[in-house]
Structure formats: structure tokens, C-alpha cells
Design a protein. Structure first.
Lengths: 95, 322
């Protein structure tokens, strides 16, 4: 499943409510159907750590770090990549 | 309550202004000001607005002494009188605000915040890399208010760009429950100052005792913001309840290292201030000194690793970028 985040949040991904909606209504059902999920960050210039945390941290916490084998992060610029890496490392320290 | 706008209040000299705030009677708010010139940080404007709105909500009396200072137009332009529904009698020629300031705004929900972030950046006429930390700061601070402050009046925000110093000064204020109350359920901080320390420490949030936060709160927002001020060698101030923490400017010749414990930073504090109902945050960001946002992220990542004593990055599973 390919989720184009720009369509939901625009160029600055900061709305945690939307992140939660995407997680609950799109990512979790797809993973539960044993599908792989691609989070497409095309046209997203930046994101907050809170947004990324709300998008993926609960998946790691509940399903374990191996869930990352089923999630792809596509078209991330350097800033977004770093924020994703920070959040994922942070979650591994705290799970 | 009484509050006086003196000649000049910036983050560096804000302490006497806060000390002079008289909270003795909340059935009335009397606002007075310096007669010749008043020049204040946006956080001060937000605080005055917060107090005024609090009084309005209580249907108590708001007495704003007519401003005589030559700089009174600034307060009109920033929307102070309008937001407090006061007739200032000050006439201004409305000019395009681009490149100078973001007038006072009340942000009460997530959608409004989205709109505000979209609208404000063109007002500041900054380069994208300069706008990046500003969007970040406002988003994180306002979301903190919306999620934790428990106030219907929301977040009060304004900002001003100073061309001469190439600095943006931002204020975000609420009149909600304050940091100590927010952290009380899980952390029981001894006082407001300890509550601020916890709030600034990465991994701690009022929504759980679990270090690292919950599904929606990482407890890292304020740490990120303080880090931005530290890297730009500028001030960051947070005032809640009776306590204030102020990150001081780092000397230019000193190498900057981010530290998880805010008490190990170069800071000053006050622990017996007049009680602020809610939280006030002020930040200065000199755009000359601001590192590339990516470099900041590298530094922050280093702090997390160090604070968890996991220096070897190979220990971490990595996201798969395609």
C-alpha cells in the first residue's frame, strides 16, 4: 500500500491528529492484512518529530521493531530522513 | 491584578517585568505603560493578551490606561487592542506586514494551526531554510498548548522579525493549567521549577511515566526548541506557575554541545515569581547563527544516543528508505 502523505498534510508534516488518523485507518489495517506499506514523502519539505512519532511509534511499540521490515519510507529529503531516524532510534531505546 | 509595560522588555531583561506583576486581586486587571517609549518582546505582548482574555472570560474589569508612548502604534498594529476588544483611539495607516511581524493570533484547534503555519511564513519573507526552524517551533509549542494546557482560549502567538540583528523573536503563551499540573499525575514534581526541568528533558511527557512517551507524545518537543535557541546562541525562556527557566546566550567562542539535562545548560532561573496561570514561552533566533536544520538534527540525535549510552549506531535497526 502506497500512502502519499503530501495529500494529507501538505509540505510541512506537523499535524499529529492527521498522523494518528493515517496510522489507525491506513497503516495498521494494511499491516494486519500482511501488506507492506510505503510512506511516500514526495513534496514534503519538512516534518516535526511529533508528527513522525505519532505516525509510527505505536507500531514499533505494539508490533515490535521487526515491523520495520514491512514499512518503506519513500522520497524523503535529508531533513525528513533524519527525523525518521531519530524517532526510530528513540523508539528502540524505549521499547 | 496589575501589570506595567516598562520602557523595554526583552528576554535578557524580562525578570524585573515579571517580578512587578501584581497578582493580588483577579477581579480586575490594570495595565499601565511607560509614558515615552515601550518596546517589548512578543512574549510580553502574548502575556498581556493572555491576562486580558482571562479577565474578559471571568467578566471582570479590564482597565488599560491610555497609552501615551510614541511607540503605541506598534501595539495597535500587533492587534493587542483589537483582540482585547478595546478602543485604543490610535490611528494607523495599515501597511503590508510582510517582512516584519506576525500579529497576535489565538489558535484554538489543530486546523487553525495548520492554516496559521501556512499563512505566517509568507509574512516573514524568509528563505525556506530560515523558515524551517520557525515553523517547527510554532507547531510544537502550539500543539503543546492544544494538548496539555486544558484551556479553551488556546495558544496566543505572535512574532517579530528584526532586520538589523537578523533575529526573529517569538512568543507562545497560554493561561491553562501550567506545567506542574500537567506533570503532576505521573511525575509529582516538587515545585514549578522541577516541573519545568522535567518538561525540558527529552523523553518525559505528562501523558505517561514511560520514558519515551505514548503513541502521540514523545516528550521531546521542548527539548528540540531549547536546542534550536542554544545552537543559535540565543535566549529561550519558559515561565510557568512561580518558576522561570532562561537559557542564556552561549558565548561565541564556546563550542555548543546539546545536553539532555536542562540544568547543565548555561541558564538562569527564578523560583518565587508572581504566579503565572499557564505557561509562557519566549524564544529568540538569530538567523545568522542558526545551523542548517539538518545539522541540528544530527546534534539532537547525538544527545539521545549519549543519554541512553548507546553510541554504537549499528545497534539500531534502521528505517528502509527507497
Amino acid at each position: 500500500m502506497d500512502i502519499k502523505l503530501y495529500e494529507h498534510v501538505g509540505s510541512f508534516a506537523e499535524n499529529k491528529d492527521i498522523a494518528k488518523e493515517i496510522r489507525v485507518n491506513k497503516i495498521i489495517p494494511a499491516l494486519e492484512d500482511n501488506k507492506e506499506v510505503t510512506l511516500d514523502f514526495k513534496k514534503i519539505e519538512s516534518a516535526t518529530q511529533s508528527f513522525i512519532h505519532a505516525l509510527i511509534s505505536d507500531l514499533i511499540r505494539k508490533k515490535g521493531i521487526d515491523i520495520l521490515d514491512k514499512i518503506y519510507f519513500k522520497n524523503c529529503n535529508d531533513t525528513v530522513k533524519k527525523i525518521i531516524e531519530i524517532v526510530i532510534e528513540y523508539m528502540q531505546d524505549h521499547t | 491584578m496589575k501589570i506595567h509595560l516598562p520602557n523595554s522588555v526583552w528576554l535578557g531583561n524580562i525578570n524585573p517585568f515579571i517580578h512587578s506583576f501584581d497578582t493580588s486581586n483577579d477581579e480586575i486587571l490594570e495595565i499601565t505603560s511607560h509614558k515615552k517609549w515601550v518596546s517589548v518582546h512578543p512574549v510580553v505582548l502574548c502575556m498581556i493578551t493572555g491576562l486580558g482574555l482571562f479577565i474578559r472570560e471571568k467578566k471582570a474589569k479590564l482597565s488599560f490606561e491610555k497609552m501615551e508612548a510614541t511607540s503605541k502604534h506598534y501595539f495597535e498594529r500587533m492587534g493587542l487592542f483589537n483582540i482585547l476588544k478595546l478602543k485604543s483611539g490610535i490611528k494607523i495607516h495599515l501597511r503590508e506586514s510582510a517582512g516584519r511581524f506576525i500579529p497576535l493570533q489565538l489558535i484554538t484547534n489543530s486546523d487553525r494551526l495548520d492554516d496559521f503555519i501556512r499563512e505566517m511564513i509568507p509574512l516573514l519573507h524568509l528563505k525556506p531554510e530560515q523558515a524551517e526552524p520557525i515553523k517547527y517551533i510554532i507547531s510544537e509549542l502550539v500543539r503543546n498548548v492544544l494538548e496539555h494546557a486544558n484551556t479553551e482560549s488556546g495558544a496566543i502567538v505572535c512574532a517579530q522579525y528584526y532586520k538589523k540583528s537578523n533575529t526573529i523573536r517569538i512568543g507562545v503563551v497560554d493561561t491553562g493549567v501550567g506545567i506542574r499540573f500537567t506533570l503532576e499525575k505521573f511525575y509529582h514534581p516538587a515545585d514549578d521549577f522541577q516541573a519545568i526541568r522535567l518538561a525540558l528533558t527529552p523523553g518525559i511527557t505528562g501523558t505517561t511515566t514511560r520514558i519515551g512517551g505514548t503513541e502521540t507524545n514523545a516528550g521531546a518537543g521542548l527539548f528540540f526548541i531549547k536546542s534550536l535557541a542554544k545552537i543559535s546562541r540565543d535566549f529561550f525562556m519558559i515561565y510557568s506557575g512561580r518558576a522561570m527557566y532562561k537559557l542564556l546566550k552561549n558565548p561565541k567562542n564556546k563550542q555548543i554541545k546539546l545536553i539532555a539535562d536542562p540544568f547543565k545548560d548555561h541558564f538562569s532561573s527564578e523560583i518565587d515569581l508572581p504566579f503565572w496561570r499557564g505557561t509562557a514561552v519566549g524564544i529568540d533566533l538569530c538567523l545568522n547563527n542558526t545551523l542548517n536544520f539538518n545539522e541540528l538534527l544530527d546534534l539532537i540525535r547525538g544527545v539521545y544516543r549519549e543519554s541512553r549510552k548507546k553510541q554504537n549506531k549499528d545497534k539500531y535497526r534502521k528505517p528502509r528508505f527507497i
